[in-house]
Design a protein around this ligand. Structure first.
Ligand code: FAD
Length: 315
């Protein structure tokens, strides 16, 4: 079987999980696509998972209330062994990248990190990934048992299947972790996360200043319930945090609509958002490369166009 460890927050399946299901189906590997749901009070997550997977294994335990690398690695390894999984797919989130190598070592499996594409080459699992500061796209493959992490935003989210998969409760033997989480402070943001957003407004250097970024990019995003993205030029200038960077060395996204304000459209930026369903660009330079990928483009000055857009979106 192909075992996927589901990612979820606040009782909802994360978009990254739907992307991993697509990755599993693209892999060409045989056997049921199986989602493993680890957590506490995860019944609603399991129901969502069953809509997209062939089967769902659920471990609903107090020890799984908070993510812990040792515990997640032990649980994933146990289920992979019991189910004789030949492929284990884990999200390329910070936590996924923390425990996935442990799973690979415990299973004595090959480890492929940060796949942006999966396919099969005979019996081998083939993956594409960026390397060398994202200047190189590398194709790698491994035979037999493989643990792979998937770069968020690289695969289209799977749509619900015609019939829901079966759900099974699983029993786990879990270790007492050596590292304990003793406190948590969650940043409160009413804005939708970049990797979950259906609409993203991204600002580039053409926005002009951090103050204009807040006024134009955040102003428009908040009016239309969108996520906020930034180019590397803007992040390097210290206008915005790295968490908002879209591109080869930032996040990969594919929202329904991507609105690029003052973004030139460098190849490193396009590789992170080029799969968006609709790309809308506003740039004063008619020759800017962003217009080559844009579905809708406005050639003009942000300072004139965006205030009018914000005003219109208020209504
Ligand atoms: P610019 O290229 O300076 O473009 C600004 C645009 O704004 C111009 O097209 C201009 O015409 C327009 N403009 C200016 N004023 C106005 C106005 N008043 N109204 C309307 N339009 C206006 N970049 C990323 O974004 N993400 C990455 O992950 C990333 N990774 C990289 C990795 C490597 C290894 C390298 C070498 C580069 C990477 N880059 C990345 C950088 C990338 O090459 C570009 O430098 C960067 O994307 C440019 O950002 P920008 O479009 O904001 O700025």
């Amino acid at each position: 079987m192909i075992l996927i460890v589901a990612e979820h927050t606040a009782g909802k399946l994360a978009k990254a999980t739907l992307e991993m299901v697509t990755a599993a189906r693209d892999s060409g590997r045989e056997g049921p696509v199986t989602l493993l749901v680890l957590g506490q009070n995860v019944a609603s997550v399991a129901t969502e998972a069953a809509a997209v997977a062939d089967q769902v294994l659920v471990a609903d335990l107090p020890q799984l209330a908070t993510y812990n690398a040792e515990v997640w690695a032990a649980a994933t390894t146990q289920i992979a062994q019991e189910g004789e999984a030949h492929t284990v797919i884990i999200g390329g989130s910070r936590s996924g990248r923390e425990y996935a190598p442990r799973v690979a070592v415990k299973l004595d499996a090959a480890y492929l990190e940060d796949a942006t594409k999966l396919s099969s080459n005979g019996a081998a699992l083939q993956a594409q990934r960026y390397t060398f500061l994202a200047r190189v796209t590398e194709t790698v493959e491994a035979d037999g048992l493989v643990v792979v992490t998937v770069k968020p935003g690289s695969f289209a989210p799977a749509a619900p299947a015609a019939s829901a998969g079966e759900q099974y409760d699983v029993e786990l033997t879990l270790p007492t972790p050596r590292v304990q989480v003793t406190g948590k402070s969650v940043e409160k943001s009413s804005r939708v996360a970049l990797t979950e957003a259906d609409v993203i407004v991204t600002g580039g250097r053409g926005v002009g200043s951090p103050e204009n970024f807040a006024r134009y990019v955040e102003g428009l995003a908040d009016n239309i319930g969108a996520g906020v993205g930034a180019t590397r030029a803007v992040v390097d200038a210290g206008w915005r945090p790295y968490a908002e960077q879209v591109g080869q060395t930032g996040k990969t996204v594919q929202p329904k609509a991507y609105i690029a304000l003052g973004v030139s459209g460098a190849v490193q930026h396009l590789s992170g958002m080029g799969k968006s369903k609709n790309i809308i660009a506003i740039n004063k330079d008619a020759e800017a490369p962003i217009f080559k990928v844009a579905d809708y483009g406005i050639v003009g000055d942000i300072n004139e166009i965006v205030p009018a857009l914000i005003e219109a979106s208020r209504k």
